[in-house]
Design a protein around this ligand. Structure first.
Ligand code: PLP
Ligand code: LYS
Length: 466
């Protein structure tokens, strides 16, 4: 498709056709509740606020771009999972976003913590999280990482390969301990999500296949290994999932496996983890289930399956990440340029370039993820036009929000907020094009503070020692 640039103002009536799912909003200033942290509102003057603080002040004091968390919202989401899944262990998946403060918040709200590298483990320990409440994941944990996990006394290690089992058993035996282990199994589910974030189908790197018998062989290796205390099995079918059908199959197959283990060995393994993956709203299309509904459905599935297979209900756990951290933060950007681009197929798409992009949120480029955006520093009564919010990187795929209707009077210096930026944005951020990573700030009760400071060019230069 060839594009030509036209100078001048934006005309609402010449927008390119929007994708079928995107509706032109009746009120372009309205905030859809499921997209935003609960402390985010528009002030009477039309400015976006979080926990009572206007974004203009945040931009002036913290700079842009910035990840802006609503502390009370993140805590409430963590607490809602803890309450709904009472009697289960709820491990917050730190890969979605982890820093010392957030590790503390989720622990204070009653959650355990899932880490998947030595780096995440270090943050958890620095935050003072009880090691017994830490679970350690990863498909290629190094010997040093396994040793660090054992030395810290983590509550469980989720093992992903035979080589890891051998390493872990040897390390534990050297220390005179037995490592508490879950076996990660893949249940053969094609989860309805992007290929790169589905994790239970056959041809991918995670886990032991339950379908081919590799999982049962791993169980037998564990039972024979002197340094391994096999506690149970673990399944994670993928991420950003809305349908329960994938979980149904996962429950049926994992409980079936526990029953098979019991009949082969005479031992009922005490633990079953069903992973994370609960979807959140990024656009008006997404309609996530509340934690209580997830808890009721999963508990009923497990109970029914255990009864059918004649085993007791094991100790259950889950690992939600995105559903806790995702909606709790928005990304705050400043608009640098506004470029209406005339499409040869007809209409104009307005490109709003912001002061960040794929280095602070790779999800749009990596998974074709959809996001929403709003004009944040003011309300506007200009007619909405179809916009694409893009970054400042040297890539045409450097897109933050592929399609959104935004007011047609946006100018450089305006602020744009993108909700759903709490998960897998800062945690997957890079320094592409030597762009320093933005800070993570948190607002609570009319005050804000920095959780993770902004990187500086000096930080980047300091690494360059050649
Ligand atoms: C093993 C495991 N547990 C939990 C999660 C958390 O997933 P989500 O953030 O979608 O809840 C992931 C990431 O997909 C994962 O790989
Ligand atoms: N990083 C992914 C989720 C996969 C996480 C780990 N299994 C995302 O942004 O959606």
């Amino acid at each position: 498709m060839s594009h030509t640039h036209v100078a001048g103002s934006i005309h609402a009536d010449v927008s390119a056709p929007a994708p079928g799912w995107l509706r032109r909003p009746d009120d372009v200033n309205a905030l859809l509740p499921q997209l935003w942290a609960r402390g985010v509102t528009r002030s009477p003057s039309g400015e976006l606020e979080v926990a009572g603080i206007g974004v203009t002040r945040l931009a002036a004091e913290a700079g842009t771009p910035a990840y802006v968390f609503d502390e009370a919202d993140l805590r409430a989401r963590a607490r809602a999972f803890a309450d709904a899944f009472a009697g289960w262990q709820v491990y917050y998946a730190g890969k979605s976003f982890l820093c010392t403060a957030v590790a503390r918040w989720v622990a204070e709200e009653g959650l355990s913590l899932d880490v998947c590298t030595g780096g995440e483990l270090a943050v958890a320990l620095r935050a003072g999280v009880d090691p017994a409440r830490i679970g350690f994941h990863g498909n290629n944990k190094s010997v040093a990482e396994l040793a660090a996990a054992l030395d810290a006394g983590v509550g469980r290690i989720v093992v992903d390969s035979t080589i890891e089992l051998e390493r872990l058993s040897a390390l534990a035996a050297e220390r005179g301990v037995r490592a508490p282990v879950l076996i990660r199994v893949t249940v053969g589910v094609e989860a309805h999500t992007h290929e790169y974030i589905a994790t239970a189908h056959e041809d991918q790197k995670f886990g032991f296949s339950l379908v081919t018998g590799e999982a049962m062989a791993a169980v037998e290796s564990c039972l024979a290994a002197p340094g391994i205390d096999l506690r149970g099995i673990h399944s994670h079918i993928g991420s950003q999932i809305f349908e329960t059908s994938g979980f149904e199959i996962a429950v049926r197959r994992t409980v079936g496996m526990l029953a098979d283990i019991a009949s082969r060995t005479g031992r009922e393994l005490p633990e079953l983890d069903l992973g994370g993956g609960f979807g959140i709203a990024y656009t008006t299309l997404d309609d996530p289930a509340p934690p209580q509904q997830l808890a009721d459905e999963l508990a009923a599935l497990v109970r029914a399956e255990c009864a059918a297979r004649g085993i007791g209900v094991p100790e259950l756990s889950i690992e939600p990440g995105r559903a806790i951290s995702g909606p709790a933060a928005f990304m705050l950007y400043e608009v640098g340029t506004v470029k209406p681009v005339t499409l040869s197929g007809g209409g104009v798409r307005t490109y709003l370039s912001v002061d960040g992009g794929m280095s602070d949120n790779i999800r749009t480029a990596l998974y074709a993820a959809e996001y929403s955006a709003t004009l944040a520093n003011r309300a506007s009564d200009a007619p909405p036009v179809l916009c694409r919010v893009v970054g400042k990187h040297c890539e045409s795929g450097d897109i933050v929000v592929r399609d959104e209707f935004l007011p047609g009077d946006i100018v450089p210096g305006d602020l744009i907020a993108v909700p759903g930026a709490g998960a897998y944005a800062r945690s997957m951020a890079s320094n592409y094009n030597h762009v320093p990573r933005p800070p993570v700030i948190a607002a609570a009760d009319g005050e804000w503070r920095t959780l993770v400071r902004r990187e500086t060019v000096d930080d980047l230069l300091a690494l360059d020692v050649g």
